[in-house]
Every structure is written in C-alpha cells, then in structure tokens.
Design a protein around this ligand. Structure first.
Ligand code: COA
Length: 183
C-alpha cells in the first residue's frame, strides 16, 4: 500500500478498511471544528459510513483517479489528505484535507501536503495541483499560501454548506513553480 514518511514524525498511508475505527473516532471527536468547513460531516454517523468512504477512496486509487490517505503524527491518526480526482489528460488534481482539532497549529498539514505534492510532481509527473478553500477559511488558505500556491480567483457560491453557500478561493500550483518539500 502506498505510504510516505514525510518527516520523522509524520507519515502518510493510503487508508484501508482497518483504519475506519480510527478515522471515525478522529472525525467524531472533532465534529464542531470540522463541520464549519466540511459539508460531509453530518452524513458520517458510524464507522460503517467511514468504511464506505475509505472503500470509495481505494476504488479511485485503483482507477488512478484519486486517493484518500491517513496522516499519522507520532503514530496517532491526526487527519486525512485526499486527491479528489486525477485528470490524466491535463495531468491535474485537487487536494482536500482535515486535521482533528488537537493536531492543529503544529505544521502537520503543511508538511503532509508538501510531501504529497513532491510525490505528485516528481513521481506521477503531474502538471498542476489545486486547493479550493472557502474564502473565510483562513487556516486552510494559509496552508495553500505557505506551500507556494498562487491565488487564482474566487469561485462564487461554489459549495453548499448545510444551510448556506460559500465562495471558494481557488489556488493553483504548477510543476515548475514547486520549490520542493523543504523551503
Ligand atoms: C485546514 C487545516 C488542516 C489547517 O490546519 P493547521 O494546523 O492550521 O495547518 P498546519 O498543520 O499546516 O499548521 C500550521 C500552523 O502551525 C504553525 N506551525 C508550527 N510549526 C510549524 C512548522 N514547522 N511548519 C509550518 N507551520 C508550523 C503555523 O504557524 C500555523 O499556525 P498559524 O496559522 O496559527 O500561524 C485545519 O484547520 C482543519 O482541519 N480545518 C477544518 C477542516 C478544513 O477546513 N479543511 C480544509 C477545507 S478546504
């Protein structure tokens, strides 16, 4: 199974059905924190729901059309980072991610994304990576900005979040703009 040791403390691995319990507990313990920006949180009510999400990620991985990876910090599941799709004609993909509340503020997501992006450009030879974050989601936007993504514009009412639309800030990074995982 695909895995990446990003730093001595941070490891990424493709999520497998056996991880459903850990991922569900991480999400369930952080509902309020995650719900503000992630529209799927209320639809995840059991470990079985999480297992279906993981299995869908594995199907997309097998079809070379995405992936869902766990982020382990010092051996504990801290969050998830995924590729929503891979368009091979354009060689582009989009990242989505979340951290359980207790793991914020330590640089874990920036480092995890940096390791993954390096793999996407160097090993998979992709050309473009996108991050879309709600305009007011400053923590997520800072992850994109720290990684060197360029702000490309606002996608108005791009996402329905439970009871309202949010605008998305669109960020893009091209292969020849990538400065490497450590900068
Ligand atoms: C978006 C999200 C993953 C960002 O988490 P985060 O902890 O801010 O991001 P990182 O793990 O990269 O950590 C960066 C923070 O750690 C600090 N930090 C500490 N050590 C660091 C290091 N070595 N390198 C980088 N940052 C470091 C940074 O200063 C920054 O804190 P600040 O923004 O208060 O200055 C998280 O807020 C989250 O899960 N939100 C809810 C779900 C969500 O919004 N998902 C994205 C939808 S688009």
């Amino acid at each position: 199974m695909f895995h990446l040791q990003v730093t001595p403390d941070i490891r990424l691995r493709l999520l497998e059905p056996r991880d459903a319990g850990a991922v569900f507990r991480a999400l369930d313990g952080s509902r309020e924190h995650l719900r503000r920006w992630l529209g799927f949180v209320d639809s995840v009510q059991s470990e079985a729901d999480t297992r279906r999400f993981i299995e869908d990620g594995l199907r997309r991985y097998a079809a070379q059309n995405g992936a869902e990876m766990g982020i382990w910090y010092q051996g504990q599941l801290a969050g998830v980072v995924g590729l929503h799709y891979i368009h091979w004609t354009h060689r582009d993909t989009a990242l989505g991610y979340w951290l359980a509340a207790g793991f914020e503020g330590r640089g874990i997501m920036t480092a995890a994304c940096a390791g993954l992006i390096d793999h996407l450009f160097r090993e998979l030879q992709l050309h473009r990576v996108e991050i879309r974050a709600a305009v007011e989601n400053t923590r997520s936007r800072r992850v994109a900005e720290r990684l060197g993504f360029r702000y490309e514009g606002c996608r108005r009412h791009a996402e329905w979040l439970y009871d309202h639309y949010v605008d998305h800030a669109l960020y893009g990074l091209l292969a020849d703009e990538w400065r490497g995982p450590v900068h």
